[in-house]
Design a protein around this ligand. Sequence first.
Ligand code: TYM
Length: 340
Amino acid sequence: MAETPKFTPRVFSGIQPSGSLTLGNYLGAMTKFVDWQNRGTHETIFCMVDLHAITVPQAPDTLRHNTRELCAGFLASGIDPEKSILINQSRVPEHAQLGWIFNCVARMGWMGRMTQWKDKSGKNAEAASLGLFAYPALMAADILLYKSTHVPVGEDQKQHIELTRDIAAKFNHDYDVDFFPMTAPVIEGAATRIMSLKDGTKKMSKSDPVEASRINLTDDADAIAKKFKKAKTDPDPLPGTPEGLEGRPDARNLVNIYAALAETSVADVLAANEGKMFGYFKQDLADLAVSKLSPVSTEMARLMKDPAEIDRVLARGSERAREISVPVLEQVYDIIGMVR
Ligand code: TYM
């Protein structure tokens, strides 16, 4: 849908501080965020969604560490806190406040249909937290609190952005206003769904119990090389065209990762590597990954030596965010009839 001109062009996206950042987060989200920031066409807001992280149990010290490390990851990847607004969600209380209002707009049936809810609550939904069920309403609040027009995400978040549009539309309809935009998801490029190195049909995830299934941004060169070497493949050599990857999810995943890291197309990677055995290709892939990721992990480690500076970045970000979020929430309260 075309962007509604009445809304300021604004990009918002978030990442959960629920574990180490993975190559999937980096290629599917971080690098896209940096592109949006540097394009300069939109205001950009990026968020560490700590309130979302606690929808499943988190040890307090680990959560604190992961939030700071995620902030270091944003900075090391190229997010400039002067150009973009960088926040952690809990520090901007309007997220939770608008989240509550959206709990009252969204319908139980909508939430129950979310695939992430079904996957994460598993067979024992009775024992899942109420927060896990309401997760997408808080996510809609993150986005709509800033009347964001565009949300760059990986493929797995598409359904949540669709629900955000449903919530915006129902709010606008129920209160007869044209207040929230119909936010557009932006899901583009070779890296929208990086898969597990151990199973090319499963998403690479920070919460996968199998460590060898993912590359973490904190992995050193040795660990990266070992994980790629042990990545699952099939016995056939690389094909010359993308059609030759049909029915070969593990092979396709490695080629996709290479293309995304090299900032080129899958077709070009295959044209240059036709007939190569995966043993050799995996070595090239490991070298490429190390050359791209090492500067990021070295910078993250440097930033983590000064957590107070990270906290200052987040404090300043939340002040800037609240210049937008406080008036928006005030208007929402007014629309829905809260006495102020
Ligand atoms: P999270 O923390 O799971 O992931 C953060 C971002 O990384 C992308 N991503 C991937 N992309 C490609 N391949 C993968 N294997 C891969 N794994 C993760 C995700 O698609 C996402 O873009 N619900 C969100 C967090 C959130 C949010 C928001 C996002 C909360 N509020 C508002 C956008 C806007 C989540 O759990 O992302």
